[in-house]
Design a protein around this ligand. Structure first.
Ligand SMILES: *Cc1c(COP(=O)(O)O)cnc(C)c1O
Length: 403
């Protein structure tokens, strides 16, 4: 069992800014909530009892540490030493549960009785419904109507776990609209309700909270590489970016280690210039979205536009402020993988390693094609989730192409 340090190693100031990004832009009714969340987080994250429970649940319930798997087939193909960080093997099938457990334990200690959450692909909704069941809390999940139909298996899981799933029809009926609804619900009942945000987005301190709970990923990578390679850092860490939580967790303990090249992969959708994309870093503009200043996809008039990606976990028009800052300062190298490249990468991993990845994670895998590695390079790809939820998309695309 690991004792995760959960220290703050983030380039964030006391007002929640990462360079020019971040902050806490919330309506008046929520200011007090944000303040008490901040206070509770800083108190409990250092509390030995809290840490003990967090460590125990990650070990006994989630199944951590997740393996760092040497992928022989991929290594041969790309000419480097390629490892997969197997977040897909977590209970509920993705990295989201790490953060859901941390925030739910916090909610419980703050005396809240109900968890609300937004979800895109449904992974965060499932993670939140799971911890709500575990800890005996009520749970409501907001999900875009488009995603409700694309991600039927996850909707059924949430219902089975006892959560109420609210289908949101506004806008393009995907993740961004679900966040709006969840924020509205929080404003209506700020005393009993804890808003469990699923990615490193939203008003400060959420991006910090989520990144610190997800930091368990890179903490383990360090320890595992020590064993496997005799050095506790890789040459590359590659992660996909929706809001930035799995990337923040996978990069966390390497942020200040310049020997490690951090590669963030955005979803290009049908192409960055196509108008149907989710590449908020590449073509976004700085503005306030969902409580923080960050890079956002906007039209000529400056209104937020709908993001598109074949992957419902990545079609968000913004990105967390930490990732916006890391990209702007050049600490991360930003790559774009479009739908086709991600689908190809999913098929390749399935046929080469016998692992069906989530469509989100397939974007990170697609970046392996874009980098010139040296044979001794140690490369870690964060395999953020498993592909069960994406099977109908895979059946109607890649398998049709390959058979
Ligand atoms: C939600 C999700 C993502 C995208 O969210 P981040 O906050 O950017 O990590 C990536 N992979 C999987 C499997 C997901 O469920």
């Amino acid at each position: 069992m690991f004792n995760y340090p959960l220290d703050n190693l983030l380039p964030v100031d006391s007002n929640g800014y990462y360079g020019r990004f971040g902050g806490a832009y919330v309506p008046e009714v929520l200011k007090e909530n944000i303040r008490s969340l901040d206070e509770a987080f800083r108190k409990y994250v250092k509390d030995p009892e809290f840490q003990k429970e967090f460590n125990r649940l990650l070990h006994d319930y989630v199944g951590r540490p997740t393996p760092l798997f040497f992928a022989e087939g991929l290594s041969k193909r790309y000419g480097a030493r390629i490892y997969l960080k197997r977040e897909d093997l977590n209970h509920t099938g993705a990295h989201k549960i790490n953060n859901a457990i941390g925030q739910a334990l916090l909610a419980k200690r703050m005396g809240k009785t109900r968890l609300i959450a937004e979800t895109g692909a449904g992974q965060h909704g499932v993670a939140t419904a799971t911890v709500a069941a575990l800890l005996g809390m009520k749970c409501t999940v907001y999900m875009g109507a488009e995603d409700v139909s694309r991600q039927a298996p996850n909707v059924m899981r949430m219902k089975m776990l006892g959560a109420e799933v609210v289908s949101v029809n506004a806008g393009n009926a995907t993740l961004s609209n679900a966040v709006d609804e969840a924020l509205k619900a929080w404003c209506e009942d700020p005393d009993e309700t804890f808003y469990l945000i699923g990615s490193a987005v939203g008003p400060h301190p959420y991006p910090e909270i989520v990144s610190r709970f997800q930091s368990v990923i890179s903490y383990e990578i360090k320890k595992q590489l020590e064993q496997l390679e005799g050095r506790n850092y890789p040459d590359y860490v590659i992660a996909c970016i929706g809001g930035g939580s799995n990337a923040s967790g996978a990069f966390y303990h390497f942020l200040d280690d310049k020997r490690v090249r951090l590669v963030a992969v955005e979803a290009g959708g049908k192409g960055v210039e196509s108008g149907e994309t989710a590449a908020s870093i590449s073509i976004g503009k700085p503005m306030v979205l969902h409580g923080s200043k960050t890079m956002v996809l906007v039209d000529e008039e400056g209104s937020v536009v709908n993001a598109y990606s074949v992957s419902s976990g990545l079609d968000y028009p913004g990105i967390g402020p930490l990732q916006a800052y890391l990209a702007e300062t050049g600490r991360t190298e930003v790559k774009v993988a479009d739908d086709g490249q991600a689908l190809e990468a999913a098929l390749l991993l399935s046929r080469t390693e016998g692992i069906i990845p989530a469509l989100e994670s397939s974007h990170a895998l697609a970046a392996l094609e874009m980098i010139d590695f040296k044979p001794d390079d140690v490369v870690v790809v964060n395999l953020s989730g498993r592909g069960d939820k994406d099977m109908s998309t895979y059946m109607s695309t890649v398998c049709r192409l390959s058979d």
